[in-house]
Structure formats: C-alpha cells, structure tokens
Design a protein around this ligand. Structure first.
Ligand code: ADP
Ligand code: ZN
Ligand code: ZN
Length: 746
C-alpha cells in the first residue's frame, strides 16, 4: 500500500517543477491516487500561477507543520502509470541537482528529451511494416499499372515490408500505401525494431599495449574508472570497441560519449561496422522525436549501444555494462549555461551508481583525470606507441620574428607547403580564428571597428571582418553589420583588414597555389551537419591544402595528410585564464596528431614569435606529460583545481551597481554561512565582486564572485546554507545571475 492511500487527506505530493526556484512545490494528490502505486518519479500536470506545468513527483509525505492542506492546489493529472524516472537515473539526477545547487525540476527538464519534458507519452519504439490484406491479395492481379500496383506486387513478393525497406524500394510509396489502405487492401502493423545490422567485421589484431588495456578492463566488471592515456593514433578506439563487444556479449548496454565535433559519420560507420548491432547516435542535430524514441529504446532495454555528445549522459540504462568517454579532456563535455554539468564527471557518478567500468580516453588527459590516475583513484592504462605502422610526427618550430608575413604565413612555411604539395601530399594549416581578419583599422586616423555592445577591461572588443572585408561580426555577442565604406571618424577611405583569420589564409593560399585545391573548414563553411563530410569527400586524397579551426583537430582520419602547420597560437601563451595553458597544450598535441596517421610519416610546423616560450620548450622536448607535470605543480602552488574546488557566481545587469550589489550580498551570506559552520577563513576563499573577463557583453554589465576551497565539502556546505537567502534577496530580482560549480574558466 502506498503512503498516499495510508494517510489520504494529510499526505501531499512534493513536485519538482522546471522553474528557477530552489525548492519543491506541495500539491494534493489527484483523485484516486491511492490505487495507482508509488508516484515518485512520475510526471504530473499541475496548475502553477496562471499556467499549467509538467513536473515530477519528487517526494510523498506529510505537509510541513503549519501548512493547511486544504489551501493547497491539486495535481491535475498523473501522466505516467509507471514512473518515467526511477532507480539509478533518478537518484543520480538528484545528486546532480545537489551538486550543481540547481532546482531539481530544472535538472530533470535538462535530462529529458523535449517531448518527454513536455508531458508526451513514452514513444513507441516499434518499427512499422506493411502487408496486403486478404482482399488486397485477391484484388492485386486486377490493379492498373501504377504506384499502388507496384506496392501491391512488392508486398505480395515479400509478404511484409518495413517502412525503412520501402523507403529504399519504392519512391513515394506512402501515397500508394494510403490509397491501398483506404480500400482495405493493405494494413500497417507494428513490428519489433529488429536489428538490420551487418555482421560484425573483425578488427586488427591488438598490439601488446592495447591487449593489456583490454585485459585490465575486462578483468573488473564492477565500478572501476580507467584513464586510457594513449598518444594520438595509438588505437584507443580499438580498445573501446573490444570492451564494448565484450559488454554486448554479456547482454549489456554500452554508452559512449564523444566531443561535439567527434561524432562524425566516419566514427559512427566504424562503430556500426564493428559491433554488429544498431548503434544509436545522439547529437544536437537530432529531431526531438528521434531523441525521445532513442531514450525510450534504452529505457526499455531494447537498444544496446549509444554514441552521443554531452547530453547522451542522461540516457537511462536498464542493463548497463560500460561507459566510455572519448577525448575526456574536451571542453564540450561541460555545459556552459542552464544546468552547468560536466558530462564526464556525471558519467563517473552514474558508473559508480550502476556499478560498471568507466573508460576515459585521451591523448591529452585533463589535469583532473591525470591527477586522479596518479593518486591511484583511476586505473592508468597507457598506450605509448602509434598503432599499426604509423610513426609519430616530427615537430619543428619556425621562428617568425622579423620575417615578412603574408596572411600571417612566413616564406619558410609557404615554401614547405608548396614542396609538400608538389610531392603529392596533403597539408593542413591550422588557425584558431575564423573570419577574414580580426580587426578593421583606419590607416589614416587609427579608428577600429568595435562592437557597440561588448568590451574587455582594457578596450572595446574589435569586430571580426568577414566576407572578404564586406561584413563585420562580433564573436562574443553575434552582432552583425556591413563594413563601412569610409572611416566613420575621419571619412578616409584607407580602411584595412589587420591580421588574418581562416578566410584570409584560404584566399591567400588559393591565389598562390592555383594548381592545387584549397579548402576551408570552420564553423562558417560547415553550417550544415553533412557539409563537412561532403567537403572532405570532395577533397579526397589528392594533393591540396585544408585551412581550418579546431573543428579539424580531431575526428577525421585523413590518411594522406602529411604536413600540419600551426599558426597564430601566440596569444594563447599569455592568457590570464588558469586553464588556458592546458587547453593550448592539448590543442597543439591534438592538431599535431592529425599528421601522418597512416603510412606516410608526418611533419608539424609550429610558427611562433616566442620560440623560447617555456610551454613550447617543455611540450616539444618532453611531450604532453612533461607539460602536465609542470602545470600540475603550478596549479598546486597557486591553489587551483585539481588541488582546490571552485565555484563562480556571475551577475549581469544593465547597471554595474546592480550586479555588484547582488554579489556583495551573496558574499555576505556566504561568509556568514561559513562562519556559522565554524569554517576557518582559509577553508573558503571568496574573491570579488570583480569584473568578469568580458565585463560588458551584449549590452549587459557583468561581474563575478569566485569561491575556492581546498575541501569540496566546505564549498558545498557554504553554498547550501547561503543559497536560499541569495535566491530570496531583493538584490537578486535586479540581475540575471548564475552559479557554476567547477567552472571551465573564470
Ligand atoms: P586513437 O583512437 O587512439 O586515435 P584509433 O583506434 O583510431 O586510434 O587507431 C588509429 C589507426 O590505427 C586506425 O586507422 C586503426 O584502424 C589503426 N589501428 C588501431 N589498432 C591497430 C592495430 N592493433 N593494428 C593495426 N592497426 C591498428
Ligand atoms: Zn579614420
Ligand atoms: Zn558584441
């Protein structure tokens, strides 16, 4: 018997609602609730102000002392006979709400595909098929030639055909099917979504390092985190595939998380070919309905393998066997707005709750994961050699001080590019700045085009020049405008694009190497999902140059790519953000790893004005791990993660005073909370209010408070105690504010 029927009038439902308030909302259960079974995790429709909302039953219990149950509103409808969320996933999401200090209702809303969030029923995961009725079989020989006749013949021949197959066999078959159905000649029926997957293809025999890694993973079926720390091209994906195959053989499900730009058709095709079961892709380009169907197929235990980006971490796993996070260091695993979760960290929490192994793979592990491996919390599996016969690329630094540059490229670099092309190779020029040029300058008076709505501490933010000089765009807030013909200040006509982005490099190289194709790959040139695939397919393996941003740093195996030139990294060497050096080192190693992935040896050219910079020297002489050791020591000395735990409270307002007043209030509340708990001053440091790194963006003034503590629990205890007052304070109504636990940057 459920509690609801045990205490009929006094028992209430506490509902998690997707509203930015850190609490649950009490409602009376709907009529007949007593008979329907435990409602916790079920969705409900409730009145909320003048609206109706879909929420989740978080708890069932007695009303707070002093509340009059008669004054409560009643749940309008319970939407799920069986709770949609239950067991491990519900408990893990409750953990996530506590950890991010976010409202449970918003966490649940973030975790669910749109249709489920909005109260729609769990969709069918059946496939649909068509067959002839008896009447249809009789009538078939008498039908006139045409689509209905063709469809009748097909159904007669095959007996029953899946809609997927029909798509391949007969164009516009749906119209014909409707015509047949109307006459009662054909019918549609639900069939199990069977796996039309090809037989699995064998992979290459593993080398010793790969085998040792696979053995270690298979030896421990329960919760064990592993860091698979293997150089680019060392065959990490092969290790994942073996571990997943083993998981499938045991009848279990596997979840693979990949970075935003790593989920390429190439990757999916490789998984599909090797595993012999349907592989479900989950990414931001997927239609809502498809996302909900995949969710349902995993919840019902029908689907076996998912490969997805960040939000795939919320898939329900009914028969969990393994979680893999490829390129675990990648920044796209952290959500930067709304519920600011980290998919890798949440995957670890889920793997522990599910009691399955979790595999974090990278050639450039995050300092957090490296530290965990060094401290013995993760198994540390290393792949030091490239798989097969591929050789590590040679890296050379090109000192460009005092050299004449053309679109940012030195004569030596251009000469090497040309040589490589003439020898039949392909080259990649990597520049992490899209657009034509970063600045538009008036040569007569010094005016520059800047964004009217954004600025940094020292100066207005320049707008990036696009469209070969015709358009301006702010990369911080998206503001666009045509480039002026004349200087708005002096009226002069000497407007010049300064510096070079990928567009300008492409233009310059195309003019120089007119006998070879030059292809630009960045967010501008690949708006559509398939665009990148099509571009690369066109590019093929013939000699040519790719110009690109970090979109090219991973995911694509370009077998004939033999030369990688990296330009314009210098500003990253001197950034103030405490993670900037780590990100730069990872990027350099990953981009360099694109070269020489197959038979031909690769070469990497690093063009810089700072050839003696300590980061470059360490990276070049000792590789990523030498860099990481230096960096970890510096983080420890400076009290930064992974040696401290941080949180960031940011406020934005039209007036900077409002933002600062809110943060000052938050600071007082936090200090008071820490003092009441007896936390020593050094155990929780609060910095700020200080201006955000981008103090003005899209017209809003932005400031922040940085919290830092050597012990995670001191940070969380202070937040737990202070947040109710922070939410409720009058200062909070005058700003937009957010809390980010474990911020990606400060
Ligand atoms: P990573 O994921 O570490 O970048 P991959 O698994 O993609 O590496 O492997 C890189 C290349 O080497 C791929 O073309 C893959 O097919 C090949 N490869 C991987 N393992 C082996 C092996 N044991 N023998 C031969 N080739 C291999
Ligand atoms: Zn001017
Ligand atoms: Zn702007």
């Amino acid at each position: 018997m459920s509690e609801a029927s045990f205490f009929p009038p006094a028992s209430i439902w506490r509902i998690a609602l997707p509203v930015p308030l850190p609490r649950l909302f009490d409602y009376l259960p709907p009529a007949g609730a007593g008979e329907a079974g435990d409602p916790v995790g079920a969705r409900v429709r409730v009145p909320f102000g003048r609206r109706e909302l879909v929420g989740w039953v978080a708890e069932v219990g007695a009303p707070e002392p002093g509340t009059d149950p008669a004054a409560l509103k009643q749940v309008l409808a319970r939407l799920d006979p069986e709770p949609l969320l239950h067991g491990e996933l519900l408990e893990s999401l409750r953990w996530l709400a506590r950890y991010t200090h976010a409202p449970l209702g918003e966490v649940l809303a973030t975790a669910l595909p749109g249709p489920l969030r909005h109260g729609e029923p769990l969709p069918d995961t059946h496939a649909w098929a068509w067959r002839l009725t008896e009447a249809g079989a009789t009538a078939r020989p008498g039908l006139r030639a045409g689509k209905p006749r063709r469809l009748s013949d097909l159904l007669d021949e095959h007996g029953e055909l899946d809609e997927d197959r029909l798509d391949d066999l007969l164009e516009d078959w749906r119209t014909a099917a409707r015509a047949l159905a109307k006459r009662g000649h054909a019918e549609r029926l639900a069939v199990p979504a069977t796996a039309h997957a090809p037989a699995p293809q064998p992979g290459p025999p593993l080398n010793d390092e790969q085998q040792a890694a696979v053995d270690a993973i298979l030896a421990t079926p329960g919760f064990t985190p592993f860091l698979l720390d293997g150089v680019t091209g060392s065959g990490k994906t092969e290790v994942y595939l073996r571990a997943i195959a083993d998981c499938l053989a045991r009848g279990k499900q596997a979840l693979v998380l990949v970075p935003e730009i790593g989920l390429t058709p190439q990757t999916l095709a490789r998984f599909r070919a090797r595993l012999g079961v349907p592989v479900h892709a989950l990414h931001s380009g997927l239609a809502d309905g498809e996302r909900a169907r995949t969710w349902a197929a995993f919840a019902r235990g029908e689907a076996r393998v998912a490969v997805g980006t960040r939000s795939a971490v919320f898939l329900p796993l009914r028969e969990p066997g393994l979680i893999v996070i490829d390129e675990e260091h990648d920044g796209s695993f952290k959500q930067l707005d709304g519920i600011r979760y980290h998919a890798r960290d949440f995957a670890l929490v889920r793997a522990k709750a599910l009691d399955v192994p979790v595999l974090l793979g990278s050639a450039t592990p995050s300092l957090e994961s490296l530290r965990n491996a060094q401290a013995g919390r993760y198994g540390h599996l290393r792949l030091l050699r490239r798989a097969g016969t591929a050789q590590p690329p040679r890296v050379r630094v090109l000192d460009v001080r005092k050299r004449p540059l053309q679109a940012g490229l030195s004569p030596e670099l251009l000469e090497r590019l040309h040589g490589e092309l003439r020898a039949g190779g392909q080259a990649l020029v990597f520049k992490n700045r899209r657009g034509y040029a970063p600045v538009l300058l008036c040569h007569d008076c010094g005016w520059t085009a800047h964004c009217p709505r954004c600025s940094t501490p020292l100066k207005p933010t320049p707008m990036t020049v696009h469209g070969g000089g015709r358009r301006l765009q702010c990369h911080h807030c998206g503001t666009r405008r045509p480039a002026p013909d004349a200087c708005p200040d002096c009226g002069g006509l000497a407007l010049q694009s300064q510096g070079a982005g990928t567009e300008r490099i492409e233009e310059s190289l195309a003019a120089r190497f007119d006998e070879f194709p030059v292809l630009r790959i960045d967010r501008g040139s690949t708006q559509k999902r398939d665009a990148l695939e099509n571009l690369l397919a066109q590019f093929g393996t013939a000699p040519g140059v790719l110009v690109g941003t970090q979109m090219l740093a991973k995911g694509h195996d370009l077998a004939n790519l033999t030369l990688v030139a990296v330009v314009g990294i210098d500003e990253g060497l001197f950034s103030a953000d405490f993670r900037a050096r780590e990100k730069l080192a990872q990027l350099l190693i990953q981009v360099a790893g694109r070269a020489g992935r197959a038979l031909k040896p690769g070469e990497v050219l690093l063009q810089t004005h700072h050839p003696e910079h300590e980061l470059l020297i360490t990276l070049l002489s000792g590789g990523y791990h030498a860099f990481a050791e230096v960096e970890l020591a510096q983080r420890e000395a400076a009290g930064f993660p992974p040696y401290a735990h941080m949180a960031l409270i940011r406020a934005e307002a039209q007036q900077v005073e409002a933002a600062n007043a809110f943060l000052a209030m938050a600071r007082r509340e936090l200090q008071q909370a820490a003092a009441q708990r007896g936390t020593e001053r050094s155990a929780l440091e609060i910095n700020g209010p200080v201006p955000a790194p981008m103090p003005r963006r899209a017209g809003y003034l932005r400031a922040q408070l940085i919290l830092s503590a050597p012990q995670r629990r001191d940070l969380h205890a202070a937040l737990d105690a202070a947040l109710p007052a922070i939410y409720a304070a009058p200062e909070a109504r005058k700003v937009r504010w957010s809390l980010d636990v474990d911020p990606a940057d400060l």
